[in-house]
Design a binder for this molecule. Structure first.
Ligand SMILES: NC(=O)c1ccc[n+]([C@@H]2O[C@H](COP(=O)([O-])OP(=O)(O)OC[C@H]3O[C@@H](n4cnc5c(N)ncnc54)[C@H](OP(=O)(O)O)[C@@H]3O)[C@@H](O)[C@H]2O)c1
Length: 254
């Protein structure tokens, strides 16, 4: 089995002969091949200098979920300053970064999550929060320009009901029947005025630089669910599997 793990932050130990951007000793973050390990490898475009103002753990929490939040909100949803975005399933790794990226893009953010996450979501910038155990977002009668669907467990029609006429729905999370949901989303979008989109985030060096700048300016301060030791990797994976992690789970390798 290949070693698991993609996101990474650490110190460059050695470089290939064509590498020009980094030297041994540099502190970097980004993605590698099999990062649940003491050493990993990466192409140089997969990494960027680690911002000095954050820890290795905070930096490691950002790349994959950060790409998803940034590419989903900026590229797919084309979120503009002043627009209203609903982030559904805001409490996890992607969600907590999406709240902060949406704020950095100048949007008004409503975060839907479970009760134990609401205070944290306010503290990282959500303008409004909805506890999905007590209130259905559909019943608020509010309209949003963008619906960022991380939870993906509500019907498309419920999601569309809270979108403006020309609003954009972005399917981010995997629903119980992921392929059927993607097909339905794409097919339906051909017949309605709203844009309904699915997407898969991709590593992009220019986006890693933007995420680095967000970290440096304090626009991103990753929420960490907990720090796990190398020996606790199975516990960390089990915790992720519950879907109840508050922010990102990070494994600290000494
Ligand atoms: N499209 C892409 O490119 C892409 C990239 C990365 C990840 N993903 C997908 O995005 C999803 C989240 O990934 P993650 O890394 O953030 O996982 P995570 O940290 O485990 O977060 C799980 C998410 O599911 C939500 N959730 C759980 N139960 C829910 C419920 N009953 N109602 C509404 N939401 C519920 C959680 O919301 P609360 O905590 O707020 O309840 C949380 O936001 C996964 O499905 C993952 O496969 C997609």
């Amino acid at each position: 089995t290949p070693i698991r793990g993609a996101d990474v932050a650490g110190t460059v130990e050695a470089i290939g002969k064509n590498v020009t951007r980094f030297k041994p000793g540099d502190e970097v973050f980004g993605q590698g091949r099999g990062s649940f390990a003491e050493y990993t490898t990466s192409g140089e475009t997969g990494l960027a200098p680690k911002p000095r103002n954050v820890s290795f753990e905070q930096a490691a929490a950002v790349p994959g979920a950060g790409y998803t939040a940034l590419q989903g909100l900026r590229n797919k949803a084309q979120l503009k300053p002043g627009q209203r975005v609903l982030i559904y399933g805001a409490g996890g790794g992607v969600g907590t970064l999406a709240v902060q990226v949406a704020k950095a893009l100048g949007a008004h953010v409503t975060a839907v999550s479970s009760p134990e996450n609401l205070e944290m979501l306010r503290s990282i910038g959500a303008d409004e929060v909805i506890d999905y155990t007590r209130e259905d977002f559909v019943d608020r009668g509010e309209r949003y320009d963008v619906f960022f669907d991380i939870g993906a467990n509500r019907s498309l029609s419920a999601c569309r009901r809270v979108l403006t006429k020309d609003g954009t729905y972005v399917l981010v999370g995997a629903s119980r029947h992921p392929i059927a949901r993607v097909i339905k989303t794409i097919l339906l979008s051909k017949f309605v005025s709203q844009r309904l989109l699915g997407f898969l985030a991709k590593p992009a060096p220019e986006d890693l630089v933007i995420l680095k700048e967000f970290l440096e300016s304090g626009k991103l301060a990753p929420a960490l669910d907990g720090k796990y030791s190398f020996e606790q990797v199975p516990d960390a994976v089990r915790r992720l599997g519950t879907g109840k992690a508050r922010g990102k789970i990070v494994i600290s390798v000494p």
